[in-house]
Write a protein that binds this ligand. Structure first.
Ligand code: SF4
Ligand code: F3S
Ligand code: FES
Length: 247
């Protein structure tokens, strides 16, 4: 006689907002998928299982599956987060997924964060501007104070996932706003002694309502950053530094 083994795993319902802007006949609508939860299941695993076993047309982005590449940002029950770092066990049995707002929609849960990040980086010139634009690459860089290097490294942990942008009310109202990701990059460069630009130079880039004066300290960025970057503190520091040194 075979024993009946009851599964103690939950039944999950994933409600996914589906829309393909390339399809002229399409309209945005939620589609529900049902599956059994597995041990240590992440949203990445759940979505892959759905795509492999139920619906190959479902679109979403993943590369690293380890919280490094920043590709898998999405709205998870209304809050931006990384699908590969989100355990279904930490969510209710009904999970609503939608694409990150503020970015060009590719389809379903896939958005073009790269296009936004590149445009922001070009606008804010978020690279180290050295005195010598063609330094001798065989020469050793001057040493940097280890504590300062550590502080700079902390801010460089941004993976450009876009969660802070999706969580910011200002950017939803003002398209040109640099957002916490942009202001964080400039704060990092202001700390870096290799960047020889003056505060006045940087003030030209962010001394307006699309820069440091656009932030209304809503702090959705900091609440949503999967790398726990101190985004509100950095923006406030940049604003104070700009005001005291650039004017
Ligand atoms: Fe993502 Fe944080 Fe970088 Fe914003 S600052 S893009 S939330 S890692
Ligand atoms: Fe937006 Fe963060 Fe400022 S959510 S308003 S950038 S504190
Ligand atoms: Fe790379 Fe999630 S897949 S951060």
């Amino acid at each position: 006689m075979s024993a009946i083994i009851a599964s103690d795993h939950r039944h999950l319902e994933l409600r996914v907002l589906r829309y393909n802007p390339q399809d002229v006949d399409a309209t945005p609508a939620f589609q529900s998928y049902h599956l059994e939860e597995a041990d240590a299941m992440t949203l990445f695993i759940a979505l892959n299982e759905i795509r492999e076993q139920q619906d190959p047309s479902l679109q979403f982005d993943f590369v690293c599956r380890a919280g490094i590449c920043g590709s898998c940002g999405m709205l998870i029950n209304g809050k931006p987060g990384l699908a590969c770092r989100t355990l279904t066990a930490d969510l209710p049995a009904v999970i609503t997924l939608a694409p990150l707002p503020g970015f060009e929609l590719i389809a379903d849960l896939s958005v073009n964060t790269g296009k936004w990040m590149r445009a922001m980086s070009e606008r804010l010139r978020t690279w180290v501007h050295m005195a010598d634009p063609e330094p001798d690459i065989d020469a050793l860089e001057p040493t940097m104070d280890p504590d300062l290097a550590q502080d700079i490294y902390e801010l460089e942990r941004c993976i450009e996932c876009g969660c802070c942008i999706a969580a910011c009310g200002t950017i939803q109202m003002r398209e040109g706003f640099a957002g916490a990701a942009g202001l964080n990059k400039l704060a990092r460069l202001r700390m870096d002694p290799r960047d020889t630009r003056s505060d006045a130079d940087v003030y030209e880039l962010v001394g307006d309502e699309n820069g440091v004066f656009g932030c209304m300290s809503l702090l959705g960025c900091e609440d949503s950053c999967p790398k726990d970057l101190p985004l509100g503190t950095q923006t406030a520091w940049l604003r104070r530094r700009m005001l005291s040194n650039a004017l």
